[in-house]
Structures are given as structure tokens and as C-alpha cells.
Design a binder for this molecule. Structure first.
Ligand SMILES: C[S@@+](CC[C@H](N)C(=O)[O-])C[C@H]1O[C@@H](n2cnc3c(N)ncnc32)[C@H](O)[C@@H]1O
Length: 308
């Protein structure tokens, strides 16, 4: 092993999200998935479900909303409601924290349920800490992770390039009655933001980053995961505090193995002088009906003291 290199660490470790009162992957197959988001049963395309559906046709026919992807339409127009017409938003909750689900043009509904494992782990670390931790949530989207961190007692900085997403996240904060919690909502290019924090000497105990494969900052900055991730990770490591707790990277919709994330993170943390270990793998959702695993994303995380 190279001098100063971080040990091989643990990979792959598969982190699994199972059904709960708020969410379930009911069934998937034939290029589609049937999920329960709060009160609604929703059908969306799922390229990885190359196997056959397990639930009878009747169960699929009971869906409340189907994503059609109609390219002539926006927002709700891209959805079909076989029963009664549904409103654009509805209430959901993550471990008791309410937030809004929404039918978007991009087929997403405002939350990525597989992140639950990371969020619960983060909340445990925040609660177990002897001080108020500072959390940076990059590419934070609708802010559920930010609310989880704030509710657990952290001081949170949430960064996203989309004004719409920030507005939605603030609505979630109000709905969750967490408006008195310290969350800074920042609409900015994530890479620019961390570079500025490094220049200012600001630091964070926990950094979450869930970048898309491709995205744009509010001023047209281009985010390309394969081009920009190494610089992003180096800068994030540089702004970890003196007593860092974790740095968690997730990547989805990319053609790569978790080893690509793992080896990059090992490089990034080589020579880092705090005790910790890297763990990497895939996030999966376990199907309720058939017990099959649906892989959603790759992750790699550095955890202080190792992944206890
Ligand atoms: C899939 S979402 C992240 C999901 C989120 N971590 C969660 O689990 O709720 C990706 C987010 O990245 C944001 N984004 C895309 N390009 C960006 C950029 N250059 N800087 C900051 N945010 C960006 C998008 O607006 C979007 O909200």
C-alpha cells in the first residue's frame, strides 16, 4: 500500500431501505415500479426492473397516479390519474417530520427514499454528539435531509441551484414546524459555494453531497459529475472541521461502479490526519411484495472512527 494511503476500507456494503408507514416499493418489473408515497400508489418507469412483475394486474390497476412523461406537457400534465384527479402536492412524513410530496415534470416526487439509511445514521451521530454539529447539505433539493439534521440538533447550511427547490424546502420547514431551527437556505452553485467557504476558512462537521450526473448552477455554471467531482471532494475534505464526523457522497444515474466512488474517496482522504474509515457500496430498496432488491445509487462515505 502507498505511504499514507487510507486502508482499503469496506466495499461493497449494501445499505437497505425497507418499507415503512410513509413509503414502500410495492412491486417492480417489466420496466416499471409501483410505490406507495404516503397515501398514494404511484407507477413510474424503472429501467433496472428487467424482471417480471409479481403482484397481480389488479394491484397495479389500483394505482392513484402514473407518470406518462408526455413531452407536450409540464408538471401535473405529465401524470395520469386513473381514479380521481389528485392535487399537485400531498403530505408525507419522514420519521415524524412532515414534508410535501409533489408530482413534478421530472417524474420525481420530492424525496429519494433510499437516502433514509444515510439520514438516520446522520441523525444518530448528531444526537450522540457532545456539541452542536455543523452540517452542510449540498445539492439539497427539497430539504428533507436538512430538516432531519436540524431536528436532531445541528446547525444546517443547505445549498441548491434551483430557486424552486429552495422554495419547496422552505415550505417543508414550515410544514414541519421547524422554522425556529437554524437552517441557512442558499441558492447557489454547489462547487462555487464550497470554494468560497474554503477561502473564508469556514468548516463543517458533516457534509452530505448528492450530486446529479449533470446540472446547472443559478448563473449557468455547468456541473458535470465526472469532470467536477474530484475537485468538489477535495474542497469538501478541506472544509471539514477539526473534529469531523462524516462526509457522505451519493451518486445516481451514472455509468460507474461503486468502486469508482470508493477509490476516489480513498485518494481524497489519503494523508487526512483524523481517524476514520471509508465505506462504499450501493443503496437499495427492498421490495415489499417480492423481497427483491432494487439498486438506486452508489455511495461512499468517510466516517470518523470507522463505521461503528
Ligand atoms: C437529486 S437532487 C438531490 C436529492 C437530495 N439529496 C435528497 O435526497 O433529497 C439533485 C439536486 O441538485 C441540484 N443541482 C443541480 N446542479 C447544481 C449545482 N450546480 N449546484 C447546486 N445544486 C445543483 C438540483 O437543483 C437538485 O435539487
Amino acid at each position: 500500500m502507498r505511504k499514507g494511503a487510507i486502508p482499503h476500507g469496506e466495499a461493497p456494503i449494501i445499505l437497505e431501505t425497507a418499507a415503512d408507514a410513509n413509503y414502500a416499493l410495492l412491486d417492480c418489473g417489466d420496466g416499471e415500479k409501483l410505490e406507495r408515497y404516503g397515501p398514494h400508489r404511484i407507477i413510474r418507469p424503472e429501467a433496472q426492473a428487467i424482471w417480471a412483475k409479481r403482484l397481480p394486474r389488479d394491484d397495479w390497476d389500483k394505482a392513484d397516479a402514473i407518470f406518462t412523461g408526455d413531452t407536450d406537457e409540464e408538471g401535473l400534465g405529465r401524470w395520469r390519474f386513473p381514479g380521481k384527479q389528485l392535487g399537485e402536492t400531498w403530505e408525507m412524513a419522514f420519521d415524524g417530520i412532515p414534508y410535501f410530496g409533489r408530482f413534478t415534470s421530472f417524474r420525481h416526487v420530492g424525496v429519494f427514499p433510499e437516502q433514509a439509511v444515510h439520514w438516520r445514521h446522520m441523525a444518530d451521530r448528531i444526537r450522540a454528539s457532545d456539541r452542536q454539529l455543523k452540517v452542510l447539505n449540498l445539492f439539497g433539493y427539497t430539504g428533507v435531509a436538512s430538516l432531519v439534521a436540524a431536528e436532531a440538533g445541528a446547525h444546517v447550511t443547505h445549498v441548491d441551484a434551483s430557486k424552486k427547490a429552495i422554495t419547496w424546502a422552505r415550505e417543508n420547514q414550515d410544514l414541519a414546524k421547524l422554522s425556529d431551527k437554524p437552517i441557512r437556505w442558499i441558492c447557489e452553485d454547489a462547487l462555487k459555494f464550497v470554494q468560497r467557504e474554503a477561502r473564508r476558512g469556514n468548516s463543517y462537521d458533516i457534509i452530505l453531497l448528492d450530486p446529479p450526473a449533470y446540472g446547472r448552477g443559478p448563473n449557468g455554471e455547468v456541473w458535470q459529475l465526472f469532470d467536477n467531482l474530484p475537485e468538489m471532494l477535495d474542497t469538501c475534505r478541506d472544509i471539514l472541521s477539526e473534529r469531523p464526523v462524516m462526509m457522505t457522497l451519493t451518486a445516481y444515474a451514472i455509468r460507474a461502479s461503486f468502486f469508482a466512488m470508493h477509490e476516489m474517496m480513498r485518494d481524497v482522504f489519503t494523508g487526512f490526519d483524523r481517524d476514520g474509515a471509508i465505506q462504499s457500496g450501493e443503496l437499495i430498496i427492498r421490495e415489499e411484495a417480492g423481497d427483491r432488491a432494487l439498486s438506486t445509487s452508489l455511495y461512499s462515505r468517510w466516517i470518523a472512527g470507522g463505521p461503528a
